[in-house]
Design a protein around this ligand. Sequence first.
Ligand SMILES: Cc1cc2nc3c(=O)[nH]c(=O)nc-3n(C[C@H](O)[C@H](O)[C@H](O)COP(=O)(O)O)c2cc1C
Length: 175
Amino acid sequence: MDVMDAIYTRKSYRNTFKPDHIPDADLKEILKAGVAAPSGCNQQTTCFIAVNDQKMVYNLAAIYGASWALTAPAAILLLTKETISYKGNSYHIHDYSAAAENVLLAIHAKGYSTTWIEGQIEGEKAKKMGDVLGVPEDLTVVIYMPLGIPDKENPGVTKKPFEDRAWLNGYRKEF
Ligand SMILES: Cc1cc2nc3c(=O)[nH]c(=O)nc-3n(C[C@H](O)[C@H](O)[C@H](O)COP(=O)(O)O)c2cc1C
């Protein structure tokens, strides 16, 4: 899939998955897309764990607590650590956000669907997911992506009109 097609057609999926196993090779390619993302001062603060062990995938979905996620044959988790890199700033949130988009696009390009789940796992659920995966104390699970082949149609969300958000040669100057 062409990168522009992937960007334009990607959408969050929150529904049941087909039971097909996701091969290690596909998960590795997807994580390579994450690793390739830019990062502030090239600190590369984001780490990635792919899971296709069925028991582990199920345990993670049970912690998340949505029935559709329990049908996922795989999951990807992004981990981060605050790292001061420039003028006292930590760019770890920017780093994992850039990495997450790469991972989302790679998942979509491979024919799978997922959703960036962050707000709903922040805190206790993220900690429990980290425990399932043996994540050390100094790293935090920040994003959980249950993934697989979608089982249902996905209408997607409506985006605001392009003209309301993007301009050429000045604020509110239309293309
Ligand atoms: C920072 C961030 C946090 C998010 N957290 C969640 C979440 O906890 N649960 C969820 O279902 N979707 C979550 N999403 C997905 C958004 O709801 C989704 O991207 C948005 O509705 C737009 O839909 P689209 O991805 O299909 O373009 C999150 C997205 C971002 C960027």
